[in-house]
Design a protein around this ligand. Structure first.
Ligand SMILES: O=C(O)CCC(=O)C(=O)O
Ligand SMILES: [Fe+2]
Length: 271
């Protein structure tokens, strides 16, 4: 469903309709009107890459091809931060969750990730459950051959998956993490087949963004045109007032062991 950001502010019934859609399907699409901000990000990132300064990327185990997943660029580039804290995105998240969003962890993509289906909740969980959202912004018109973002509508309502669910121990090293994560990905593949779930590839134009709720399965398609770019930025959001924010990759609920996160160390300041 595509959300009209003006109508949502003025029409309570419409807001309710959007909320219901979000809870049932796990996603909403809207758009950033400020295209010059998007242009600025693209230019700033290109300049940063040309300058040959170091970039921080996700660990290798979370790369599925050669294209870098550039993390935490908001610390270097103001426009990346301005998109992460964009008032329209924050307003929409606040309306959907009735708690103040806490932006954290930006990733900028140059090309598709070819990442298998997964839920970000297996990385970023909360107690009480469910206070996580992701916002994926198209920084150019996304071509179907470029390995576009894919989602599984309704999968947000599947049970959460934990190391407990998979019968896996808390990892002791990188190898354990990779092995656990591969088992997780296989489990998700099986769920997709068993429950006959279908993948949707939303068509996203430059400036459009997709909000996904905590547990929705998403990933990226194969890059069919190896020369195609897929400029995009994702930001994750927790919400104020949770008792715990934690990393399920290092959590065993039955042993009451939590990989707790210090949000203050990673949150993106509004100011
Ligand atoms: O943009 C993509 O290809 C998927 C990225 C993603 O799912 C993530 O970073 O969590
Ligand atoms: Fe993800």
């Amino acid at each position: 469903m595509r959300v009209d950001l003006i109508k949502i502010k003025e029409d309570n019934d419409y807001l309710l309709e959007c909320k219901n859609y979000f809870h049932e399907n796990g996603y909403l699409i809207s758009n950033i009107k400020n295209i010059s901000l998007i242009n600025e990000i693209n230019e700033n990132i290109q300049n940063h890459l040309n300058s040959k300064r170091d970039i921080k990327t996700n660990p290798k185990i979370f790369h599925y091809n050669e294209s870098p997943r550039i993390v935490e660029m908001w610390k270097e580039i103001k426009s990346v931060k301005n998109l992460a804290i964009h008032q329209d995105i924050i307003y929409l998240l606040l309306s959907l969750y009735a708690k103040k969003p806490i932006p954290f962890s930006t990733i900028n993509f140059l090309k598709g990730t070819e990442q298998p289906l997964h839920s970000d909740y297996f990385h970023f969980a909360t107690k009480p459950d469910g206070y996580l959202a992701g916002v994926w912004v198209a920084l150019e018109d996304i071509h179907e051959d470029s390995g576009p973002l894919t989602i599984v509508p309704g999968s947000n309502n599947l049970p959460y998956v934990w190391l407990d669910t998979l019968g896996l121990e808390i990892p002791k090293n990188k190898n354990d993490i990779k092995n656990n994560y591969t088992k997780y990905e296989e489990y998700i593949k099986k769920i997709m087949i068993d429950k006959k779930l279908t993948v949707l590839t939303p068509k996203l134009k430059k400036g459009e963004f997709l909000i996904w709720s905590a547990n929705i399965l998403h990933g990226a398609g194969e890059i069919k045109n190896k020369n195609s770019t897929r400029f995009s930025q994702v930001t994750h959001y927790h919400f104020e007032g949770c008792e715990k924010y934690f990393n399920p990759l290092f959590t065993r609920l039955d042993q009451n062991k939590y990989g707790e996160r210090d949000l203050n160390a990673i949150r993106i300041p509004y100011g």
